[in-house]
Write a new protein. Structure first.
Length: 266
């Protein structure tokens, strides 16, 4: 299709070139990214057809993936995109994420890979940081999940006490904590390490197992458990606690080692 045709109203196009008619005849896979976005936009502007506007929108963000991660205000910076069009596009991408997360929800979590596949569609694309918790039963099945905080993550901002209280109320045996890095780099910060150490201490007090702390982006993740960092932090806590315990306490009760949730680490 030439540039002149793409900028004319879609109603003036040949029937076989119109996105909706093309989808009905050839299937949704026959449509380009711009044509699919155009079906969401429904209309263009005085100067641009819906497809031309869709192309302009994708080009503005650089790729379909970046468009999927864009906020409503960011989309509305593009001329021709108002609140109705922006919310429709955001809603479509959110449905796609939820479908993907649902597809990757196993009957039981058996590795950090399982957890990452489930969490990345939920929080990996977000343009802001969120702290997200998964509550597990003894069989490693999902009991519940909850977003606890938005914003910069630290042991000051995350209410760990409320987190483990809720775990007890829900009857959870273990929790997985996670947060996203909108920068796209999953490497932990000093604040992330401090938060993890803080939560290990609370897990020890509550008797709830902290299985892992995952940091996710839109395409990869970092696991404290897989790298053995949780165990090292737990051992450090144990060393600090042991001298303070009374000698008559059963030595077995002095040990704090996270329960190995997964049989095999990746």
């Amino acid at each position: 299709m030439d540039y002149a045709t793409a900028n004319r109203p879609i109603t003036s196009w040949a029937t076989e070139d119109r996105p909706r008619e093309k989808m009905e005849k050839k299937g949704v896979g026959a449509l380009s990214d711009a044509e699919l976005v155009a079906t969401l936009l429904a209309t263009g502007t005085r100067d641009l057809s819906a497809i031309a506007l869709a192309r302009k929108l994708i080009d503005h963000f650089g790729s379909l993936g970046e468009l999927a991660r864009a906020s409503i205000p960011a989309m509305m910076e593009v001329k021709g995109i108002g609140p109705a069009k922006a919310t429709t596009i955001v809603s479509a991408f959110e449905l796609a994420r939820r479908r993907l997360a649902d597809d990757h929800r196993p009957a039981r979590f058996s590795s950090s890979n399982d957890l990452a596949k489930y969490l990345i569609p939920k929080i990996g694309d977000l343009p802001y940081e969120v702290f997200y918790v998964i509550f597990l039963d003894r069989g490693n099945s999902l009991i519940a999940e909850k977003e606890f905080f938005r914003g910069g993550i630290s042991h000051v901002s995350v209410d760990g006490i409320s987190l483990f209280k809720e775990a007890l109320v829900r009857g959870a045996s273990a929790v997985v904590v996670s947060h996203n890095h909108p920068t796209g780099r999953p490497a932990p910060s000093t604040a992330d390490d401090d938060l993890t150490q803080y939560l290990i201490g609370l897990a020890h007090i509550s008797g709830i197992t902290l299985v892992d702390h995952l940091i996710v982006t839109h395409r990869n993740w970092y696991s404290y458990a897989d790298l053995g960092i949780l165990t090292k932090m737990a051992e450090k806590l144990d060393e600090n606690l042991n001298p303070k315990l009374e000698k008559e306490v059963d030595p077995e009760r002095r040990k704090f080692v996270p329960r190995q949730l997964f049989g095999q680490r990746l």
